[in-house]
Design a binder for this molecule. Structure first.
Ligand SMILES: [Zn+2]
Length: 378
């Protein structure tokens, strides 16, 4: 299988001063002296303030906005006209919410977008999609993704675990792509019933990208575990190795490959299947992020759905390239293995699973199979 690398527009920095220096060079290439910085309040204190002032000393007319609460009214106002005046580049510094907001404004106003994440809790850091107030909106890929390793290593560990969870979800999303493809077959229609779901065109290149991103990260986790000396640290220092520079580089590479997979597929299918629908249903019932971070929710849903997909794939004579030992992986990463652990009871799960396929009504997944193969065991 062809191996993919990340584009040159994804740049890693060990020191923030080097990031600022490179950012000034990039901004200069656009020929504008008035870039707009959009930054989260916490990210401003941790990274944004320094980067902004280092750039401001050179780019006199740059302006910084500490992003307001992003809500539906703001979208209704077409993301506030005040942001739409200039054609100068936009620099987003922050977590997913801020970056999605900045990316979407760049897309709507056709401006260059430079993304500087303060954490990487999901695969949206290099995707053509912005999630704003719970809506997934078509957006653009960042023109540059600048990674401050120094900042990411200080991010809460849960953000890294969640990001890994979003990458684990690729395995179940890809299985859903193959299941969808197999059940296009008219002979199998009886097993689906009279649903009108569309079966998206299988894009093998996009699937390969999503798979490579996830498997490389999982292999690194196992390789780290296999080293005796490191495994002691791995458990004793409570996953602190996930903050190492070498791990973070692969972690970001994997998230970037996921984003590229969505770009090539022209949809989110290689990275978002039934496990994401279950997570969307949990969000719809309890509120976004109330039960757990997005990446943790999709991970626990993947843990639930993966063995059931393997059964279906076996029945239709499709063997996955590798079978992942979710049990071992989740133990190692201290990720929850049951919905109960994130506060969803067996009784509530029944409702979640009924609602899940309706959250993406047109998309086929294992959840559309009409018999009772989905065993509810929480
Ligand atoms: Zn996701």
């Amino acid at each position: 299988m062809r191996k993919y690398d990340i584009p040159e527009s994804v740049i890693f920095f060990e020191k923030n001063i080097d990031l600022s220096t490179r950012l000034i060079q990039i901004l200069n290439t656009y020929g504008h002296k008035d870039p707009l910085f959009i930054c989260g309040a916490n990210s401003y204190r941790e990274l944004g303030e320094k980067v902004f002032h280092q750039c401001k000393s050179v780019l006199n007319d740059s302006e910084i906005i500490i992003a307001p609460e992003i809500n539906k009214e703001l979208i209704a106002n077409d993301l506030a006209q005040e942001y739409l005046k200039s054609q100068s580049p936009i620099v987003g510094i922050g977590g997913g919410r801020i970056l999605d907001f900045a990316k979407y404004i760049s897309f709507k106003t056709d401006r260059p977008f430079i993304s500087i994440p303060s954490n990487a809790a999901h695969d949206g850091i290099f995707s053509p999609i912005s999630v704003i107030a719970g809506f997934s909106l078509g957006s653009k890929m960042p023109d540059y993704l600048m990674i401050s390793l120094n900042t990411l290593e200080k991010a809460p560990l849960i953000s890294i675990q969640a990001g890994i969870g979003d990458l684990i979800a690729n395995f179940t999303a890809i299985n859903d792509c193959y299941i969808s493809e197999a059940f296009k077959d008219k002979d199998r229609k009886a097993e689906i019933g009279d649903c009108e779901h569309s079966h998206e065109v299988l894009n093998q290149e996009a699937i390969n990208l999503a798979y490579q991103g996830s498997i490389e990260l999982i292999d690194l986790i196992y390789a780290t575990q296999a080293n005796d000396e490191i495994v002691t640290k791995f458990t004793e220092s409570r996953l602190d190795l996930l903050r190492s520079s070498s791990f973070l580089r692969q972690f970001i590479k994997s998230l970037v490959l996921s984003g590229m997979a969505m770009y090539y597929a022209n949809n989110s299918s290689p990275c978002s299947g039934s496990e994401h629908m279950i997570s969307h249903a949990i969000d719809a019932i309890y509120g976004h992020g109330v039960k757990a971070a997005h990446g943790v929710q999709v991970a626990v849903a993947s843990y639930f759905i993966y063995p059931q997909q393997l059964e279906i794939l076996k029945k239709i004579n499709q063997t996955p390239e590798r079978i992942i030992n979710f049990e071992e992986l989740f133990t190692l990463l201290k990720l929850p293995k049951s919905f109960q652990e994130i506060g969803v009871s067996s009784k509530e799960l029944d409702y979640v699973l009924k609602l899940a396929p309706k959250t993406r009504a047109n998309k086929f997944s294992i959840l559309n199979l009409k018999d009772d193969r989905l065993k509810i065991s929480n």
